[in-house]
Write a protein that binds this ligand. Structure first.
Ligand code: AMP
Length: 376
């Protein structure tokens, strides 16, 4: 199947050619025709499946084809995302896919001065990508009105609930017009997610691709059993291998991330940390360096990692295993994206064995144990 088969307009297919996309991913094949025909969507899909384009492309097309004769300054499409990184990533996608359309969009998120965001809104945008807190803040100050919204996307709803955004989301929803076209995406279909979905969606079409328990087969997974005090030496040992072009290393805590970075840098391995205590500018700088390949290792906590989308990321290393098995799937899904091969390495101490057990139960397969290493 091609993008033309999905009845996308040439302005979009040209932009996709430029991105190097050859064919639509399964979620795009399934979702785009329904969204174009005006149906609400419940999409069960994790990041890495191409879900952003699955909603961004039809929204751009609908905004373009239904463009009013006289330009208006009202916001027509709202995308809510749990983190700043994901919001920026989504905006970047709207920019790239919409490069031939001239549809204005902007992003609002907390942790930075609001003035540039307010100015962009005042100039007039059709698409707004936002995190819930800053959106509500700017609404309360009267800078943002949602009464003209025609398209509403709730992205990574599962993560929104995990992060405690449920009340913020409900507040936003009450301000949206009753008649709108809603697209709801979540990596899981847990009961609380379904409850929220049922309150917003009208006769939705349900689409599910790669449920969270099926880790992508393109990612080669392995585990190293190691003592806690030997983890840093094992990490340095593994990173010495030249085959590791870039590695995203996960720790459970912010302090842990900083400690790993310090250790690596003092051993000549260029690393940066990305977590909630870092300023937005520092986070963006670190992410940019990692994407540009000037920083080889990025050490992240889970919340900060949402939305990190790096082309051809070769390795994900779980320095510490996550307490939630689903988080493991999200983490390793950062590599092996859109058809590329990836490698996921996990370190596991005696204390972390129960987490590993939960993970193998969720993904329904064993993870290869690497026995021959100097810190076994
Ligand atoms: P997402 O799940 O939206 O975060 O997308 C994951 C990655 O896949 C991003 O790097 C996208 O640029 C890329 N991508 C999305 N759709 C396609 C496609 N049809 N072909 C190739 N890559 C894609």
């Amino acid at each position: 199947m091609t993008f033309q088969d999905l009845n996308l307009i040439p302005e979009l297919t040209l932009a996709l050619d430029k991105k190097g996309y050859k064919e639509p991913t399964p979620i795009q094949q399934q979702a785009i025709p329904h969204i174009l025909s005006g149906k609400d969507i419940f999409g069960c899909a994790q990041t890495g499946t191409g879900k952003t384009a699955a909603f961004a492309l039809p929204i751009l097309q609908l905004l373009h084809t239904n463009k009013p004769a006289v330009p208006q300054k009202t916001i027509k499409a709202l995308v809510l995302a749990p983190t700043r990184e994901l919001a920026l990533q989504i905006s970047e996608n709207f920019k790239e896919y919409g490069r031939n359309l001239g549809i204005m969009h902007t992003t609002v998120f907390g942790g930075v001065n609001q003035n540039p965001q307010v100015n962009a809104i005042k100039r007039g945008v059709s698409i707004l990508v936002a995190t819930p807190g800053r959106l509500l803040d700017l609404m309360q100050q009267g800078f943002i009105k949602l009464n003209s919204i025609e398209y509403f996307v709730l992205d990574e709803a599962d993560r929104m609930l995990d992060m405690g955004f449920i009340n913020d989301i409900k507040k936003v929803i009450t301000k949206l017009p009753v008649k709108k076209h809603t697209m709801f995406f979540s990596a899981t279909a847990a009961p609380d997610i379904m409850k929220l979905a049922n309150t917003i969606l009208k006769n939705p079409v349900s689409i599910a691709v790669t449920p969270v328990s099926s880790t992508t087969t393109l990612v080669k997974q392995s585990v190293y059993y190691v003592k806690k005090e030997s983890k840093r030496n094992l990490l340095k040992h593994i990173l010495k291998s030249a085959t590791i072009e870039s590695a995203l290393v996960f720790t459970r805590t912010k302090r842990g991330a900083d400690k790993v970075v310090k250790e690596l840098n003092s051993n000549g391995i260029k690393a940066e940390a990305i977590h909630g205590n870092k300023s937005q500018n520092a986070r963006e700088r670190a992410l940019k360096g990692f994407k540009d390949r000037t920083i080889r290792v990025l050490v992240a906590t889970d919340i900060a990692s949402r939305g990190i989308d790096v082309d051809k990321l070769s390795h994900v290393i779980n320095y510490e295993l996550p307490e939630q098995a689903e988080t493991y799937v999200h983490r390793i899904g950062r590599t092996g994206r859109a058809g590329a091969n990836g490698i996921a390495i996990s370190f596991c101490t005696q204390d972390e064995m129960p987490y590993l057990k939960d993970i193998t139960k969720l993904i329904k397969k064993d993870i290869e144990v690497i026995k021959s290493h100097p810190f076994a």
